[in-house]
Each structure stands twice: as structure tokens, then as C-alpha cells.
Design a protein around this ligand. Structure first.
Ligand code: ADP
Length: 404
């Protein structure tokens, strides 16, 4: 479904609510004649994180920079908070918009604290107030002001510089954040953590964020909606990650999203208890004769062992072990004597991607799923397969996404 003009119905979309950012038939032709963006119409809702993705040169940065007027549109209008940015003083406009670029874009000859306090200083705050704000923000992004505050950017790791960049963008508490490949320069492990932390921060602080990335996985992981662009800033599709991956709107999106979109979809597919397998349940105190019959009747080669009404997971018991116990005449034996622990379990709140990679990494055939301590069922490769073919997390109000 192409979210034409960005006005399609969705749960966060209240028709009466002004979008945080609106592009209205926006175009940009650079002086050399390059038409970077032709006619873009798109909304970014309040509190939403929208990722702009697309091949290099398709106009992502141009679109981003038209919001804070680092680039002036040559046609159409960009509205921030309902106001036509062309009629707002550029300096004032930028104070309400945090801007984060690769490697933080920090001033090399200023201390970390001074870098963070750049905008408060422009706003005329006195020194103690600036320092308080800077230290508060450093803590917010996970840096120790006492340790890192006095350092210079070059004395920090790439990930730490990026954190400072985010802190600086948040300094004047702007409602809108623009991020241009913010995590592009950090290594993958650090990037994962920064992505998760940034997402949490953005949601907690209720910021609207427009985010450029060339990394589709990053977009899938972080964004509420993804805007896929082709050359000339042409909006191919603007939809939730799940919808984009399950219902690519155009051939371009199909190609861009790639053949492994099934795997990507796992990252946005929840673990649903009703999809899980339910092997026979035994109690630690059950006798081996009973247990062996129960498994035989069910036609299963193993059973799951749970304790108490809370269904606390103890482990699993193979039918072979029970049969062997019977053969040896161990009729007084109990299930607990033959129970083996599961090497690992996943929480229901995890995504299918985590579950599936655990299954693969540990070379398991089944993986118990828990909610807190309570056992819910067992996840297998078949469950993953079914989930992939089924309905992903629909983020559209209409239930959005059809099963494939
Ligand atoms: P992306 O961020 O998707 O890589 P850009 O917005 O940077 O794309 O660029 C879009 C197009 O505009 C490209 O063809 C690029 O070469 C061109 N472009 C970007 N900035 C300028 C500029 N200042 N002058 C002329 N052309 C530019």
C-alpha cells in the first residue's frame, strides 16, 4: 500500500492532528541543474521515527536538510509544526530542530561539555546553567560527565562521539530531530547498542525523528515507518516495517528490500503464544510408566516438564529414556530422574529473529518460550516458518497486512 501523500489511515494518524513535518509537493533543483528531489509529498507524525532509505544519490540528505533549511527547496513547501519554514527565521527554526550527523559532527577544539552546550550558549544561558544542562545530557546518553566532560572529541571512541552528537542535538530540548546516517561510522556491535538506546530515548522523550540511513536493517529495527525513495526523491512506499516487508508496493521496493526480506521480517514478527507447539506436559513427580504412555499416546518423542500451577519450566524428558527405564524394570522411577534442562529459553517479548537465531546458533530443534517464569510453549523451525507466512505485526488501523 503506498501511503500516498502520507494521509492514509493509521493508529497514530489523527486527521485533526497537525503532522510534525509535512512535505507538500517539495522539489529541489541545485544550481548546476541537478534535480535532487522532484515532488515529494509526505507527512511525519508527532513522536514518530521515520527512516528515509534508498540508493545513494536518491535525495535522502537533500530531503532531510530541507527541513532545517540547510538546503532551500526550489518548489513546494515544508511545514514544521504547521508553519511554512520559508517564513520562519532559519536560526530560530534550527533551534527547534536537533541535527545529528555522522561521527557527531563535533567541534574538535572544544571540550565535550562545550560541544553539548553549543545551543544553550547561543541561547544566552549563563555558564552554570549550561554546565548543568550539558552534564544532565551526557548522563542521559550514557556518558559520565566527570570523566568525559572535559575531554576533547578526539579522545573519545566513535560510539562515544556519536553519543555526544545526540546529547548536543537534544540540548535545547527540540521537538524534532534530524539524523543523517548517525551510526554509519561506528562498528556493528556498538551500532546495535546505540540504535536500541537511541530508539528508547526518542520514545521516552516523545521526539519526532527523521532519520536517513542506507542500512535497511537499521530502518526496520528502529523506525515506526520507512519511506523508500528512488532517484529524484520519488516516494515509492511509506509504510510500517512489517507492511513494507510483507507488501512491497512497487517493483522498485521489491528489489530494494531484497530476496532476504523474509529474514528481515522476522525482526518485526512477534512471538505469538497461539503459534507455538504444545508437546505433552509432564510433572517432575509423574511416574515413568504413566509418562511413557502419555508420550506414546501423543506420538511424541519427548515431553516438557513443568512444576506447579505457575507452570515453571524444569526441562524436557525424552521418551527413549522413559522406555529404557521401563525396560530395566525401574517402575518406581519418576520423570524428574530423567529430566534434562533446556540449554536456553527465550522470552515472549523477543522477536522471531532473536528466537530463530538462538535456534540456529545453539543448533536446537526446539526452544521453550517463557513469559517471565511461566512456560508458554515451544518454538521450532516450523513455527518460524508459519509465522513468516502468516500475518506480521500489523501497524495499520485496518489490520493492514494480508497473509501471504
Ligand atoms: P542521498 O542522500 O540519497 O545520497 P543526496 O540528497 O545527497 O542523496 O543527493 C541527491 C542528488 O543531488 C545527487 O545526484 C547529488 O549528486 C545531488 N547533489 C547533492 N548536493 C548537491 C549540491 N550541493 N549541488 C549539486 N548537486 C547536489
Amino acid at each position: 500500500m503506498v501511503d500516498e501523500g502520507g494521509y492514509a489511515a493509521g493508529p497514530a494518524d489523527r486527521a485533526d492532528e497537525e503532522p510534525a513535518i509535512r512535505f507538500e509537493g517539495v522539489g529541489k533543483r541545485y544550481r548546476d541543474g541537478t534535480e535532487a528531489v522532484r515532488e515529494l509529498t509526505m507527512d511525519v507524525r508527532r513522536g514518530e521515527l521515520v527512516a528515509l532509505v534508498g540508493p545513494s544519490g536518491c535525495g535522502k540528505s537533500t530531503i532531510l536538510r530541507m527541513v532545517n533549511r540547510l538546503v532551500e527547496p526550489t518548489s513546494g513547501r515544508v511545514l514544521v509544526d504547521g508553519r511554512d519554514t520559508a517564513h520562519v527565521d532559519a536560526v530560530e527554526l534550527r533551534r527547534g530542530i536537533g541535527y545529528v550527523i555522522q561521527a557527531g559532527g563535533l567541534l574538535p577544539h572544544r571540550s565535550v561539555r562545550d560541544n553539548v552546550a553549543t545551543v544553550p550558549k547561543l541561547l544566552g544561558w549563563d555558564a552554570p546553567a549550561r554546565r548543568r544542562r550539558a552534564d544532565e545530557l551526557l548522563e542521559l546518553v550514557g556518558l559520565d560527565p566527570a570523566v568525559h566532560g572535559r575531554r576533547y572529541p578526539a579522545e573519545l571512541s566513535g560510539g562515544q562521539q556519536q553519543r555526544v552528537g545526540v546529547a548536543r542535538a537534544l540540548a535545547a530540548d527540540p521537538p524534532v530531530l534530524l539524523l543523517d546516517e548517525p551510526f554509519g561510522a561506528v562498528d556493528p556491535v556498538v551500532r546495535d547498542r546505540l540504535q536500541a538506546e537511541f530508539r528508547r530515548l526518542q520514545t521516552e522523550l516523545g521526539k519526532t525523528a527523521l532519520f536517513v540511513t542506507h542500512d535497511l536493517d537499521e530502518a526496520v529495527r528502529m523506525a515506526d515507518r520507512i519511506a523508500v525513495l528512488s532517484t529524484g526523491g520519488h516516494l515509492e512506499q511509506h509504510a510500517s516495517p512489517a507492511e513494507l516487508l510483507s507488501e512491497p508496493a512497487t517493483d522498485f521496493v521489491v528489489e530494494f528490500v531484497g530476496s532476504d526480506r523474509g529474514l528481515r521480517r522476522l525482526a518485526v514478527t512477534p512471538i505469538r503464544p497461539e503459534d507455538l507447539e504444545a508437546p505433552p506436559v509432564l510433572a517432575p513427580g509423574d511416574g515413568v510408566a504413566y509418562a511413557s504412555t502419555a508420550l506414546e499416546v501423543d506420538g511424541r518423542s519427548w515431553g516438557v516438564v513443568l512444576e506447579g500451577e505457575e507452570r515453571r519450566l524444569v526441562g524436557w524428558v525424552p521418551r527413549g529414556a522413559l522406555t529404557e527405564a521401563m525396560r530395566r524394570g525401574d517402575r518406581a522411577g519418576r520423570v524428574r530422574d530423567w529430566t534434562q534442562p533446556f540449554p536456553v529459553a527465550v522470552q515472549r517479548a523477543e522477536t522471531m529473529r532473536t528466537a530463530f537465531s538462538t535456534l540456529l546458533a545453539q543448533d536446537l530443534r526446539f526452544l521453550p518460550v517463557l513469559e517471565g517464569e511461566e512456560y508458554l510453549g515451544v518454538l521450532t523451525a516450523e513455527v518460524v516458518h508459519t509465522a513468516l507466512r502468516g500475518v506480521p505485526v500489523a501497524q495499520g488501523a485496518d489490520g493492514g497486512v494480508a497473509a501471504r
